[in-house]
Design a protein around this ligand. Structure first.
Ligand SMILES: Nc1nc2c(ncn2[C@@H]2O[C@H](COP(=O)(O)OP(=O)(O)OP(=O)(O)O)[C@@H](O)[C@H]2O)c(=O)[nH]1
Length: 254
């Protein structure tokens, strides 16, 4: 293992330890009544998490959004660690962060993935985490209509607050539909129409089987990379006949 890889691993382990401590702290904070010192401590914990995430070289910030239990953490687990955790469901508290390098052509793009808590009690915090994101993976559970309504809420939020953030709609748990078609509550074409309307990409995935998970993150990295390339050629005056994209422009000026 090279020095860089060792450093990344150390940062990652340190980050996870801090995250566990923060999670316990946040759990305690939310169970108590809100007060100014608690709010300050929450803010401080957020800043620590941000500082930790900065120890890793990240090209593009990606945020996972969606109703609780739709499978955001499972998607990240599947993509980053190639596993599907079974056992009792544990909701995310606050947020988690992981950096993942991806090969795109002859380049490596490192995605900094923020997995937010879906519970509405943490809604205000999730808003903090999508600041500056270049991609938002907005998840909904294919077996739960209300989760698609919640996804629309997050799309609106991101559109209003992060105009340069590219949106990816992700229908989760497709394995459940494959074993019993009657379980589908969100129609593929309805989501595709919505995706066309907002100019988003649309995927249906399963973290259990791994179906389409790599493809989703690969697309995020490729889009980021192609927009970056487009910008560089324009900056250096090489005209490849491509149109400037405001999303890319912003991501290279942050
Ligand atoms: N069958 C199946 N179950 C899944 C899949 N993805 C997630 N689940 C299950 O759905 C439940 C919730 O998954 P999580 O990944 O924790 O959901 P989350 O969106 O991160 O939840 P919050 O942290 O509360 O926001 C867990 O019991 C998972 O095992 C999937 O692709 N297939």
């Amino acid at each position: 293992m090279g020095l860089q890889a060792q450093l990344n691993l150390t940062s990652y382990l340190l980050l996870n330890k801090i995250r566990i401590v923060l999670s316990l702290f946040l759990l305690h904070s939310f169970s108590a009544s809100w007060s100014t010192p608690l709010l300050l401590l929450l803010l401080l914990s957020y800043l620590i998490l941000v500082l930790c995430s900065m120890t890793m070289r990240v090209d593009a910030k990606v945020v996972m959004l969606g109703k609780e239990s739709v499978g955001k953490t499972s998607l990240v687990e599947r993509y980053v660690h190639h596993r599907f955790l079974v056992g009792p469901y544990q909701n995310t508290i606050g947020a988690a962060f992981v950096a993942k390098p991806i090969q795109v052509g002859d380049k490596v793009v490192t995605l900094g993935i923020w997995d937010t808590a879906g519970s509405e009690r943490y809604e205000a915090m999730s808003r903090i985490y999508y600041r500056g994101a270049r991609a938002a993976i907005v998840c909904y559970d294919l077996t739960d209509t209300s989760s698609f309504q919640r996804a629309k809420f997050w799309v609106k939020e991101v559109q209003n607050c992060e105009e340069h953030c590219k949106i990816y709609l992700c229908g989760t748990k497709v394995d459940l539909i494959e074993s019993d078609r009657g379980l589908r509550q969100v129609d593929y074409h309805d989501v595709q129409d919505f995706a066309d309307e907002i100019g988003a990409q649309h995927f249906e995935t399963s973290s259990k089987t791994g179906n389409n998970v790599d493809e989703l993150f690969q697309k995020v990295a490729e889009d980021f990379n192609s927009i970056s390339f487009q910008f560089m050629t324009e900056e250096t005056g090489i005209d490849l006949g491509q149109k400037k994209d405001s999303y890319f422009y912003s991501c290279c000026h942050n």
